[in-house]
Ligand binder design. Structure first.
Ligand SMILES: C[S@@+](CC[C@H](N)C(=O)[O-])C[C@H]1O[C@@H](n2cnc3c(N)ncnc32)[C@H](O)[C@@H]1O
Ligand code: SF4
Ligand code: SF4
Length: 418
């Protein structure tokens, strides 16, 4: 996914397990029951994606959260998350991305931000913004919040379309208001816009809108087809022509807006020649923690059914990062099969996405079918072509326990403690 950009360098701060030149060995925690693997040298992760809750008042049909959303009664406590923040800083993590679900649905967000900031972490709030009040944003800033990323569905002049996509009436206007507060408070702002068939015509307008809102960065985030997005693929998939036109436009806007705004764009897998280095490589730079504390190498890793995940309630984060089965399983390149095993790109894209390989081939160690060298690639890419030319079925909106379509609701109630 596009929300975190791992550093190719990695980084290790002073801490209990710091090793030379930013490297750690898997046996760094002597209490680990896992036998040390002397060949396994690991850098400290740079980023932590903390999914504080799966509660959310929006219902985006492209949502990357799992179909089985975790309930409020299994969520980590305030103290658990505070412990995670301290352990993350000790491990050498630099940035924490507070995400969800909707992170502002947690009443203790301020306490979590404060602890993260005190531990020396750079804090980024990834939010749909609709639950925020100005006083709360001010409080979050006081607590040490460094950066805000607001996701949008379309521009303000297409508010009806935006609200239809989000399944939340009035959302577009509220997001604009919150973006204004972020800038008034002097905080850096990123606008994230997942792009699909229902808003790809707005890409230029979205970039201009991000400039108007005062964002320093805009993410043209072509939807990645996992979880709810996979369920809604036939509704969401744009045509290749529409994608190519959007890609050319992004290039033109990058030139035009150089020095004004940074434009990130993630190519949709279905129209790429080679896959993305998913999460910058499995177990290489990013840790994802679910609302209940399960520690994942990527947000979709639970879809690989044979993997077992540790929980921050049971083990130190450093131990899980270094020795956890799920992290070890596809770390590096030794697990690869052909054609990846001998491919010159194997340390560039790490064979693509393990979750996609598992979903489409039944073996997560196979080459991601997004790669043109995969024997399944052509058949797979044809799906996008066919679906994008059919009339789109109704959205299956993202909601707990619900995979049935429902019209956009006014302020859909969220089980929130905010
Ligand atoms: C899962 S959301 C949680 C945070 C918050 N609720 C929000 O939407 O901003 C995290 C980020 O991922 C983006 N996103 C969600 N599903 C996506 C997908 N399938 N492909 C690309 N980006 C996606 C959202 O726009 C948001 O920026
Ligand atoms: S439904 Fe939308 S707003 Fe809610 S978590 Fe998913 S992407 Fe974010
Ligand atoms: S064969 Fe594997 S390593 Fe080579 S480009 Fe394709 S996915 Fe990447």
């Amino acid at each position: 996914m596009n929300e975190i950009a791992p550093s190719p360098e990695g980084h290790v701060k002073e801490g209990t397990i710091t090793m030379d030149a930013g490297e750690m060995r898997c046996d760094a925690n002597p209490s680990s029951p896992t036998a040390p693997d002397p060949s396994c040298v690991v850098r400290a992760p740079i980023g932590l994606l903390a999914e504080l809750t799966h509660r959310c008042p929006l219902q985006c049909p492209y949502c990357s959260n799992p179909l089985e959303l975790e309930k409020v009664n299994v969520e980590l406590s305030t103290e658990d998350w505070q412990k995670v923040m301290r352990e993350a800083a000790q491990l050498g993590i630099l940035q924490v991305h507070l995400s969800g679900g909707e992170p502002t649905a947690r009443r203790d967000l301020e306490e979590i931000v404060k602890t993260a900031a005190e531990a020396g972490l750079y804090t980024n709030l990834i939010t749909a913004a609709v639950l925020l009040k100005r006083e709360r944003l001010e409080k979050l800033k006081e607590c040490g919040l460094d950066h805000v990323q607001i996701s949008i569905q379309d521009v303000d002049t297409q508010a009806e379309n935006a609200d239809r996509i989000a399944g939340y009436k009035g959302g577009s206007a509220k997001k604009k208001e919150v973006a204004g507060w972020v800038r008034e408070l002097g905080m850096p702002l990123t606008i994230n816009a997942p792009i699909h068939r229902h808003n790809i015509h707005s890409v230029e307008a979205i970039i201009n809108y991000a400039v108007e809102l005062g964002a320093g960065r805009v993410e043209i985030a072509h939807v990645q087809y996992y979880a709810w997005a996979l369920k809604n693929r036939s509704s969401l998939m744009p045509t290749r022509d529409a994608f190519m036109a959007a890609a050319r436009l992004v290039e033109r806007k990058r030139e035009e807006l150089k020095g004004i705004i940074v434009i990130d764009a993630v190519v949709p897998d279905y129209y790429a020649k080679y896959p993305k280095p998913c999460m910058g490589g499995w177990g290489k730079g990013i840790i994802n923690i679910t609302p209940s504390g399960r520690v994942l190498p990527c947000h979709a890793a639970e879809s690989i059914t044979h993997l077992e995940f540790d929980n921050v309630r049971d083990k130190p984060l450093a131990d899980i990062w270094l020795n956890g089965d799920a992290f070890q399983k596809y770390r590096g390149t030794s697990w690869m099969k052909e054609p990846c095993r001998t491919c010159p790109r194997r340390e560039i894209d790490y064979g693509g996405c393990r979750c996609q390989a598992f979903a489409l081939t039944g073996d997560a160690a196979n080459t991601d079918p997004a790669c043109s060298l995969s024997p399944l690639h052509e058949e797979w890419a044809k799906v996008a072509d066919v679906e994008s030319h059919q009339s789109p079925p109704a959205f299956v909106y993202r909601r707990p326990g619900g995979a049935t379509p429902k019209p956009a609701a006014e302020k859909t109630p969220v089980s929130s403690d905010a």
